[in-house]
Design a binder for this molecule. Structure first.
Ligand code: PEP
Length: 253
């Protein structure tokens, strides 16, 4: 079975004290995460070390960075390299979140470089894709997402693509309270898997986890995660509330 993943994206939220409490509340709920599942907390850079310490090697729970730089090192003031992340035991990194694409003008080509950089240090990229509202209204979302995948991931070889987690996040559903219906999510996830199968083969595509993101909460996680090609979620707002995120973890297949 593909890995089923609940990934929290805290974005630029929580003080250290608030984040520590949130993580503790989730850990102390003693939620069991068995081996085909995985829980990931993408926390702000300043909390990566302390969050990792809090998790204390809890099985199948990991801390992720929300971003990294595409270069190995150098004069890039304010940036964080994958080697820095690896040196503090970080094994996941969100790449190409729509907010970074929009506010920091990250292109598909730049994201291909970030993906490569992550894989060079054994950091799993959680690669985000997804269409804006105008593209959905135009019913051209399938082509739009296929281009994102092609331009950022198709240069990878078969070994490398298997180390990537994909998150489909329709931009119109992020932070808006407007969730894609489970049928819309399934349709796009099946499309993404078909695009991957076409490039890398069925067996490989079948093994890649594809998460849904966009206003997932405790109340709708079961329905969305129950879709055959949805392998969990990348969660923003609801991941900031312990009881909500616990319910989301429990909804994993
Ligand atoms: C996100 O930012 O990745 C996200 C899915 O946010 P929200 O759950 O708040 O829509």
């Amino acid at each position: 079975m593909r890995k089923q993943i609940a990934a929290a994206n805290w974005k630029m939220n929580n003080t250290l004290e608030e984040g520590t409490k949130l993580l503790n509340d989730i850990i102390n709920s003693n939620i069991q995460v068995n081996n085909h599942k995985c829980v990931i907390f993408a926390v702000p850079f300043p909390y990566l070390v302390s969050a990792n310490q809090q998790l204390d090697n809890k099985s199948n729970m990991f801390v992720a960075a929300q971003n990294c730089h595409y270069k190995a090192a150098g004069a890039y003031t304010g940036e964080v390299s994958v080697d820095m992340l690896a040196s503090i035991n970080i094994h996941y990194c969100v790449v190409g979140h729509s907010e970074r694409r929009e506010y920091f003008l990250e292109s598909n080509q730049l994201l291909a470089e970030k993906v490569d950089r992550c894989l060079s240090t054994d950091i799993t990229p959680i690669f985000c894709c997804g269409e804006p509202l105008a593209i959905r209204e135009d019913d051209s979302q399938n082509d739009y997402v296929a281009v994102q995948l092609k331009e950022s991931l198709f240069h990878l070889d078969i070994e490398a693509i298997q180390k990537v987690v994909i998150a489909y996040e329709p931009i119109w559903a992020i932070g808006t309270g407007k969730t894609a219906t489970s049928a819309q999510a399934q349709e796009m996830h099946a499309h993404i898997r078909a695009v991957l199968a076409n490039q890398f083969g069925n067996a490989i595509a079948d093994n890649i986890s594809i998460l849904y993101g966009g206003s997932v909460k405790g109340a709708n996680a079961n329905e969305i995660f129950s879709q055959p090609d949805v392998d969990g979620g990348l969660v923003g707002g609801a991941s900031l509330i312990a009881t909500e995120f616990i319910q989301i973890i429990k909804a994993l297949k």
